[in-house]
Design a protein around this ligand. Sequence first.
Ligand code: PLP
Length: 395
Amino acid sequence: MFSKRFETYARPNRLSRLLSRFKEEGKPVIDLTESNPTRCRFHYPSGLLHAFSTRKNFIYAPDPRGSSGARKAVLAYYRRTGVLLRPEQVFLTASSSEAYHFLFRLLADPNDHILMPSPGYPLMEHLSRLNDIQVDFFKLEYEGEGWKIDFDSLEKGIHSRTRAIVIIHPNNPTGSYAGVEEQNRLISLAKKHHLPIISDEVFFDYVYPGTDILPRSFSFNSRSLTFTLSGLSKMACLPQMKASWLVITGPVNQVRESMRRLELIADAYLSVNTPVQNALPDILKQRDFIQRQVMGRVLKNRGCLIRRLEKLKSCRLLKGEGGWYAVVRLPRIMSDEAWALRFLEKEGVLVYPGHFFDFQIESCLVLSLLPPEPQFIRGVSKIVQRISKELGDLL
Ligand SMILES: Cc1ncc(COP(=O)(O)O)c(C=O)c1O
């Protein structure tokens, strides 16, 4: 009765089974994976809702690319970073996941492949599978001073069925941006192999102050076909509003042909609701209000993590340059899964084991930096105590 797409789906893992048990038994959990900003006690500008109370919302005037007012607001966002676009180069979608779906439909036939970074964002594999395409990975290597694209693995990963290179800028969860040199190299490679780049820039605005990098959006690229994705879910912390976009840049003929085809795909769904399109200019104008709070929280929580981990010589926060996550390397006395199970079972603290994100480095954990500070501090303190205890028991 059902398609074969779901046959390879993983069963609940040990951590999710333990978490379900905790929930059934009503045991409290300090959730350090929480990254839904609407549950993390941020204040939203009260004026934001006014943008939704307009009689214009009673009028349905569908446009497959999204309303011109909303697209112009997106242009203004890129103009600020020095990228000048025309409104036709922007397509609104209901989410960044939907933007991926449209692009996979545009670029790939069943069983074609796309190349993605590893470690990386696990939803991508799921989305690819739902779109009947296969995923190959190129590596991000952690060197002393941060994460670098392993161009050998990238070039080796390209073959006759590769249809696109995905870059997450900054990457989730490593928080690493592609530096200017890496960007240029990636673009040259994509051009050489006639492959489009899909640059997921949903976390782009959350660069940590004091990092050496001045990130540059891939939307500047006119040398090869490039699709740049972003949206309200991270930029304005409004995932429930369901508005994202993709912008197309590159050689004129390829951009024109992509626009023509994408218009057919988007016209089949017309999925972005009218109220959010009408409100988008106001929402984007007010994004600093929430972004400042998020950056404040992320930096405080990172600072707390660094200070607490200092007490443990064998633990380290890996260097990141932006985004909402932290990657922590733990002593290799047990696997990442075993550590995560131990933290939940003994301390009631939930964290992600690194293998969820395909970390090759052993015993890495991933934490969200969004939880309110008191909750974050309590969770991290318990983790640090547990690590000391496990190390002490070993001696
Ligand atoms: C890197 C990355 N891209 C895309 C998405 C999906 O965003 P959206 O809510 O707009 O679909 C996420 C969600 O966490 C993400 O981490």
